[in-house]
Design a protein around this ligand. Sequence first.
Ligand code: 13P
Length: 249
Amino acid sequence: MRRTLIAGNWKMNGSLSSIETLINGIKNGLAEVTNADMAVCPPAIYIPKVNELIGDANIGLGSQNICDQEAGAFTGELAPSMLKEFNCRYAIIGHSERRSLYSESDELVAKRFAMAVKHGITPLFCIGETLQERESGVMEDVVSRQLDAVIDSQGIDAIGQCVIAYEPVWAIGTGVTASPEQAQAVHAFIRNKLAALSEDVAAKVQILYGGSMNAANAAELLSQTDIDGGLIGGAALKADDFLAIGKSA
Ligand code: 13P
C-alpha cells in the first residue's frame, strides 16, 4: 500500500520567529496524524534552523530546489551534498513557479532530478498544465511531455525513486481547487502511462495533488484512489491547518 505524504511547500515565506512557531506547532500535534507522513520544504536559508527545530521528530525535511551539478561556479544554487548535510530527504523539482517565472526547461528539470536521485534525495517532481493548456485540450500531452523528460533521459525506474506532484497551475494559490474527480482523472492518467512501462513503478509511486488544498477539501481529495497525498502551499504556513490536512488522510 502506498503511504500518504503531506508535504508543505513554504515557498518564499517565513521569518526566524515564524518558522519556530510553525515547527513547534506541527510537533505538538504530530501524534494525532496517524495515517500520513508529514514533511516541510522551507526557503533554503532556513533549512539548517528547521533541521535543528525538527530534532528527532518524525517530520521530513526538503529543499525547494537542487542544483544539477555537484559543486563549483554555480552562483545561487544548492549542491546536493549541502542539502544532505542538513538532512534533506526531499527536493522539490520542476515547480511551476520555477518553470514559468525562472524559465526552467524540462531538460534542466530532468538534470536536477538526476542529481537528486544520485545523492539519495527524493525528488518531489512537479508537473501540471496551465488553464490555457487544459482548455485547449492538450493537458495530457503537457503532463506526458513533462514526465517523458525524466523517463527518456533516466529510464522508468528513476520515476520509482521520486514522488510525483500533480499541480494544475490554474489551481495554485488561486483558491480554485481541482475537483476530486478532475484530480483523480489526471492522477489515473499518470499512473496508467507509467504502468504501460512498468506495473511495478506505477503501483508504488506516490502521486500527490497540489493546488489550493486545505483543511476543508483535503479529505475528499485524499480519498481518491490515485491521490496519495498533497503538496501544500498557503495552508502549510499555519500548524493547525497543516495538521488538519494530515489528520484527514
Ligand atoms: P497553494 O496550496 O498555495 O495553492 O500552493 C500549491 C503549491 O504550489 C505547492 O507546491
